[in-house]
Write a protein that binds this ligand. Structure first.
Ligand SMILES: *[C@@H]1O[C@H](CO)[C@@H](O)[C@H](O)[C@H]1NC(C)=O
Ligand SMILES: *[C@@H]1O[C@H](CO)[C@@H](O)[C@H](O)[C@H]1NC(C)=O
Ligand SMILES: *[C@@H]1O[C@H](CO)[C@@H](O)[C@H](O)[C@H]1NC(C)=O
Ligand SMILES: *[C@@H]1O[C@H](CO)[C@@H](O)[C@H](O)[C@H]1NC(C)=O
Length: 150
């Protein structure tokens, strides 16, 4: 009985830590990289990194320091090929979807651009593996709780 309670408590603690943790975004900087995006906890340094990548193709990327971050995902194609893809933590003030491209890159087609707030909301372009892991985990915890307290 004690064992079950302890297991349940530990699992609940793990889940709570997940929710209490600061914002996590998928990050990747090239189409190839984005097949296996990393998860990054947002910070000014991480958002600066995104700004830096945005500034390669866009004009008017502002220098920002933030206390709250968003996630973003952006994709450009040319001749039906994904030519540029960027996912990452964002200074909300940057507004990446409103930026205009540098003239040299003006022929790129913006096929996807989104900013969002919430953990890993800039969905992994490679699929939804991690969200289904959480669904399974939530199911397991639910079952354990039912078994422990029923
Ligand atoms: C991020 O960039 C801003 C503006 O350029 C700068 O003031 C700040 O120190 C940078 N922060 C980090 C953690 O690199
Ligand atoms: C942002 O900071 C960089 C160097 O840190 C500077 O070269 C650039 O002019 C700044 N841009 C703006 C819009 O303030
Ligand atoms: C850009 O998108 C438009 C509309 O979706 C399409 O007609 C055009 O062929 C695309 N251009 C290139 C270079 O892919
Ligand atoms: C982008 O531009 C539109 C219209 O110009 C504006 O309504 C919107 O607030 C802008 N978004 C950001 C993030 O700046």
């Amino acid at each position: 009985m004690y064992t079950k309670t302890i297991i349940a408590s530990v699992l609940i603690a793990i889940i709570c830590v997940q929710f209490a943790e600061s914002l996590v975004c998928y990050t990747c900087t090239t189409p190839n990289d984005c097949k296996k995006p990393k998860k990054t906890t947002c910070s000014n340094a991480a958002a600066n990194e995104t700004s830096h990548h945005l500034a390669v193709y866009h004009q008017g990327v502002i220098n920002a320091t933030s206390t709250r971050f968003d996630c973003m995902s952006l994709q450009y194609t040319w001749n039906n090929q994904v030519i540029h893809q960027l996912h990452g933590c964002l200074h909300p003030a940057v507004g990446p979807c409103n930026l205009s491209l540098k003239p040299a890159y003006g022929h790129y087609n913006k096929t996807h651009c989104r900013t969002c707030s919430g953990d890993k909301c800039n969905k992994s372009p490679a699929g939804k593996v991690s969200s289904s892991i959480y669904t399974i985990l939530a199911g397991v915890v639910g079952l354990l709780l039912v078994k422990t307290y029923a």
